[in-house]
Design a protein around this ligand. Sequence first.
Ligand code: GN1
Ligand code: MG
Length: 367
Amino acid sequence: MKTDFSSIANNFNLNAASINPFGEGHIHETYLVETGKGETSSPPTKASRETSFPPRLRGGVGGGTRYILQKVNTHVFKQPEAVCNNIALVTGWLKKKSIQTMEILPAKDGKSWFIDTDGGFWRVFTFIENSFSIEENATIDDLREAGRGFGSFLSAFSDFPASRLAETIPGYHDTVKRYAHFHETLQKDPFGRAGEARAETDFILQREEYAGKLIRANKAGQIPLRVTHNDTKLNNILFDKDTRKAIAVVDLDTVMPGLAAIDFGDAIRSGCATAAEDEGNLDKVGVDIERYQAFKKSWLSSCGSILNTLEKETLKDGAIIITLEQGLRFLTDYLEGDIYYKISHEKHNLDRTKNQLKLVAEMEMNL
Ligand code: GN1
Ligand code: MG
């Protein structure tokens, strides 16, 4: 059935003038909503009055107010309500600390989501105006800013009671469990694709012991679980268009207990790579050491004081392990028939795998 976008927006009291696809995410369907000029919403209902919308900057080209509308991928996030509740807690915490963040809007019934007649799960965020995100070709200064942004985010949650957050994807960065699942998938090989990924499979299996290093250190009580973002891709930092300063960390779906070195590492994987994560020409794939050093320095000056010695000593491991895990996740998805990540061509997940494993090899040599 055709999606009735304006009726969905209306359930969040938004009178949409336009709704268009937005962003580069691999998981959800994301749209930019712009309300009509001179108004933000239809007449307030009881629920919306009670929660009172914050005043928004008017930044849309048509002079309206802009919002992000998302259809949540409920195959990936099996408890979408828990995800939205986590986000409400996390954004509330950031606001209390006067740290800029997007906010999740209440629907007419006061919940942070709306379920359409087909069971589609929708939510709306405020749009942070005058901002942009960086997909590729970040500069050294950008990495310095990103380090400050992600480092401050980690440190802002150092006194947040982690038990208040639901674990929305169990074992999300449990590399040991990811390997166990990879072994099962290899065994089943449901689409007969394992044969064409033999070299990549060998590369991944040779590093199985090493890949569990951080998980084992945590189990042994040597590094703690913290409230982490868990998806610190460079494009999850918003930069100010005028000053090019990092202003907010977005995509809060996976804020859960996790490991600091993994948050550090995912920013390196994405922000210090010399090519996009699906670049097919592997000669272009490497790691930029200057950007790495710039990120590390500013990240540590923003959150180093909360970390223990081993956490600081294993940052490089975090970068290599999360990149290896990402390669393994892409390959697992390829073997399972591309059920997790959005793809735009048949071997997209295999291409992504090769790219990430090349990046691992480059990191092993150069970091
Ligand atoms: C997914 O959709 P996006 O880009 O925010 C994925 C991350 C991966 C990333 C790889 C919930 O994030 O874990 O690192 O793709 N998110 C989820 O680009 O699995
Ligand atoms: Mg994400």
